[in-house]
Design a protein around this ligand. Structure first.
Ligand code: ZN
Length: 118
């Protein structure tokens, strides 16, 4: 006997994504306040945030991009396991756990000042 369709929980794509976004906000709130939080909790939060975003085809919000390493997903604690340097108008974040480098800003390469020419 087939179950009537109405008893199945159905959500359209919009609702599903809205719920996923709520989850993102929750995880970002956790990552934003690392004091008092367990290292394992932070690591799994970063992991979940990336996985959740990929599963629902959402981008990781800009405000969360600097909170953890995109390669090894380790939460960044600047000065402890992450190095931040400004070079030629770019913010360069190096993860000291996996030595992954992320560069932010600066515009097109031709617009950047070359340090050696100054
Ligand atoms: Zn890393």
């Amino acid at each position: 006997m087939a179950r009537p369709k109405s008893t199945r929980r159905q959500r359209n794509g919009k609702q599903r994504r809205a719920m996923a976004q709520e989850g993102q906000e929750h995880l970002i709130a956790l990552l934003n306040d690392p004091r008092g939080a367990d290292e394992r909790l932070l690591r799994s939060s970063a992991n979940h945030l990336v996985r959740l975003s990929r599963r629902h085809r959402l981008t990781v919000p800009a405000k969360a991009r600097h909170l953890f390493c995109r390669k090894c997903r380790t939460p960044h604690r600047f000065g402890v396991n992450a190095r931040v340097r400004i070079n030629g108008g770019q913010r360069i974040i190096t993860c000291l756990e996996c030595t992954n480098v992320r560069r932010f800003g600066g515009g097109p390469k031709a617009h950047r000042k070359n340090k050696s020419t100054i």
